[in-house]
Design a protein around this ligand. Structure first.
Ligand code: ATP
Ligand code: MG
Length: 402
């Protein structure tokens, strides 16, 4: 164990002077949450950097978690050495020999303490020479080294850092406010959720469930997907909406080729009511232009009438293969690919309108009063909090909000 802290460099924040404090506070909170199982870890923040003090915790385990946290540009495991030259020589050697696959290096010394007895050039030579003498198969390359070992001489100690590990980029979750993700069991919506979290959104999920037409198995998929998303955010709140009665009424009252349009409109209405109760400001969906009948521009125009809340569609311009690639990277593809009945597929008509008209859907819906059923659906939601790795609903966790 040679590292005693990890230096974290922020991402896009540098362009946003005024929001800096909010950004740093959110990032610090998220890092502390993600590292809560490392009891000895301590996190400190300043304007330009964050420091994770390891206090003996394993830097590799901590680093693997840091890699997934949005708002981090990159980070470097670092070590602190005494100012004594022999101590720095040992530290530098230890640092380089601990890294695998380093064939070339250079030392880059900086002095904020100008009283230190060696100049930066002298330090570069002393430390470089010491490493060359004590390690086989390694050379100095000042132009394009595998490792630039930064040695920072300060009054209190000397700090060594080198390896720069890329972070996940994006903005810290919560920095952009809260939105409701409409989460089905399909491939797209979890990816839409991941990308919006990357942009700093705090998400709660809404899932429409239509028992007995959709089974426990399809609900389980959604729980598993939430559990995956929770790995990114620390935890996920999921609202499961009983949607059967609404779907039955649609089936009964709306002409078949418009049932899908109406179903979507009602989903959006219910999701929007839950959003209001949860103080969120947007709804996120996994829609991608032209992918299916409900995702033509005409359909979106007819469906979106149900609300004037912003509906964010992170995947709107993406091809299915690119979406699948992300789903694979974030480990949701395998879950989404499991067979299941979605409440929409069960009721999908043979020929859904690909170009529904607003006037028509309004006309058909004008004969039906959905208000009460919408309220009942909102009232009947089951709300659970899912943590990373959790695959079952903990009954104590399941609570009625209204
Ligand atoms: P996905 O892969 O996300 O299911 P999809 O390509 O199957 O998307 P649709 O079935 O038309 O497309 O759904 C479009 C969007 O509507 C979904 O991405 C999701 O945001 C929302 N949605 C669909 N079904 C449900 C559901 N049962 N519960 C919650 N949201 C849903
Ligand atoms: Mg779907």
């Amino acid at each position: 164990m040679i590292y005693d802290h990890i230096v974290i460099r922020y991402g896009e924040i540098s362009t946003k002077g005024r929001n800096r404090k909010g950004f740093i506070d959110k990032l610090k909170r998220n890092i502390k949450r993600a590292l809560r199982n490392f009891e000895r870890v301590h996190v400190e923040a300043d304007r330009d950097r964050m420091y994770v003090l390891l206090n003996g915790e394993d830097h590799k385990a901590v680093a693997s978690i840091l890699k997934g946290i949005f708002g981090i540009q990159n980070f470097s495991p670092a070590m602190k050495a005494e100012r004594d030259i022999e101590a720095v020589k040992d530290a530098a050697l230890l640092y380089v020999s601990d890294l695998n696959g380093i064939a070339t290096f250079k030392i880059n010394t900086r002095r904020s303490d100008k009283d230190y007895p060696y100049s930066t050039d002298e330090m570069n030579h002393i430390l470089g020479g010491h490493i060359l003498q004590n390690m086989d198969g390694i050379k100095v390359d000042v132009k394009n080294p595998d490792l630039t070992l930064r040695v920072e001489i300060r009054k209190e100690a000397i700090f060594l850092s080198g390896e720069i590990i890329p972070g996940a980029g994006g903005l810290p979750i919560g920095n952009s406010g809260k939105a409701m993700l409409m989460l089905s069991g399909g491939i797209d919506s979890p990816v839409a959720g991941y990308l919006s979290m990357k942009r700093g959104l705090d998400l709660e999920c809404v899932h429409f469930h239509s028992p007995p037409f959709t089974s426990e198995r399809s609900k389980q998929k959604v729980l598993d997907l939430c559990s995956k998303l929770a790995e990114v955010s620390g935890r996920i709140t999921l609202h499961i909406v009983p949607f059967t009665e609404i779907q039955k009424l649609i089936q009964k009252q709306i002409p078949e080729n418009y049932t899908m349009t109406s179903t979507r409109r009602l989903m959006l209405r219910v999701a929007d009511r839950i959003r209001e109760n949860q103080n969120a400001l947007a709804i996120v969906t996994g829609e991608s232009l032209g992918q299916v009948a409900s995702q033509t521009l005409e359909s979106m125009y007819a469906i979106n009438e149900a609300t004037n809340t912003p509906v964010l569609r992170p995947l709107i311009t993406m091809d299915k293969l690119d979406i699948m690639k992300i789903a694979e990277d974030i480990d949701t593809l395998e879950i989404s690919n499991r067979p299941y009945e979605d409440c929409c597929t069960v009721f999908t008509p043979a020929n859904p309108k690909t170009k529904p008209k607003r006037e028509k859907v309004n006309y058909y819906e004008s004969f039906v009063n959905f208000d009460e059923l919408v309220e009942e659906a909102v009232y009947g939601i089951e709300t659970v909090t899912i943590y990373p790795g959790q695959t079952e609903i903990d009954q104590e966790d399941s609570l009625d909000l209204f």
